[in-house]
Design a binder for this molecule. Structure first.
Ligand code: PHE
Ligand code: FE
Length: 295
């Protein structure tokens, strides 16, 4: 939940593993992936316990989204289908293609960042197909099928957010060529994973990492503890982030239009400037911050 698909080289070069019929493929079984790292959703492998874990996670999160998640997310979450079984990716893709020309594709787990960017640029969102164990109910270190589906997929039904994700993928391929993928990864982290939005209903979450987290959803939107800062592209690119605790800072957009427009310019000179300016620690204040106060 606290990791995006962006971590460098994670699980690359894992030796091919075989597994017997009816046996669960180990995590990171990249032998079943195609050269673009996608794989068929291994639906037959889900046990009743896996479906039950999905059902319980879904119930816990959907019970708290009202008042905490943004309206676009709440309106779209039903597009995932019945909340009591792990959905079939193909059924979601059919609806997504009609809505925004996106589709979801299975992956065995984290994939190299260039493969990830390439899929986004093609409007294909990679969804990990395995389910966390019951012991990992509250926290799982890698994205699993629940995080990827519940956290990421509903907003792909929103046209503006859908276009942002594709632009991000294209920008990622360019950033990789320029050696600036780490700066761009921070933008993903503070928007797609942990972003907050302040619209007519007040402060709400739209980031997948918060939306799929039992505790951080409420924390991010209503705790007085973390810093909340108005969206500023270069500030975000300079800001380090936490992967093993709740975020110390959240960045707040006014609308998805604002996000799309602020990220439309060519980043090439921005990367150069930002790397000269230096990093900001995760919870630190910086000159020019627009503090977003709680109501
Ligand atoms: N405008 C960015 C660039 O030129 C691409 C981008 C768009 C990156 C949206 C992230 C999000 O690199
Ligand atoms: Fe994620």
């Amino acid at each position: 939940m606290k990791t995006s698909g962006l971590e460098k080289g994670v699980n690359q070069g894992v030796a091919p593993v075989t597994y017997g019929q009816g046996e669960r493929p180990p995590r990171g079984d990249y032998a079943r992936a195609r050269s673009d790292y996608t794989c068929a959703q291994d639906y037959a492998q889900y046990s009743e316990a896996d479906h039950d874990t999905y059902r319980r996670l879904y119930a816990r999160q959907s019970a708290q989204i009202e008042g905490l998640a943004c309206r676009e997310f709440i309106d779209a979450v039903a597009q995932l289908g019945a909340p009591d079984r792990i959905p079939r990716f193909e059924a979601i893709s059919e609806r997504l293609r009609k809505a925004t020309r996106w589709e979801i594709v299975g992956v065995p787990g984290l994939i190299p960042e260039e493969a990830f960017f390439a899929l986004l640029a093609q409007r294909r969102f990679p969804v990990t197909d395995w389910m966390r164990t019951p012991e990992e109910f509250d926290y799982v270190v890698e994205p699993d099928v629940f995080h990827d589906l519940f956290g990421h997929v509903p907003l792909l039904f929103n046209p503006m957010f859908a276009d942002y994700m594709q632009a991000y993928g294209e920008g990622g391929l360019k950033a990789a060529r320029l050696g600036s993928a780490e700066l761009l990864a921070r933008l993903y982290w503070y928007t797609v994973e942990f972003g907050l939005i302040r619209g007519s209903e007040g402060l709400r979450a739209y980031g997948a990492g918060v939306l799929s987290s039992a505790g951080e959803l409420r924390y991010s939107v209503s705790s007085p503890e973390p810093r909340r800062i108005g969206f500023e592209l270069e500030r975000i690119m300079r800001t380090r982030y936490k992967i093993d605790s709740y975020q110390a800072s959240y960045f707040v957009i006014d609308s998805f239009d604002q996000l799309f427009e602020a990220t439309a310019p060519d980043f090439t000179p921005i990367y150069e400037r930002v790397s000269r300016l230096g990093e900001i620690e995760a919870g630190a204040a910086a000159d020019g911050d627009r503090a977003i106060a709680l109501p």
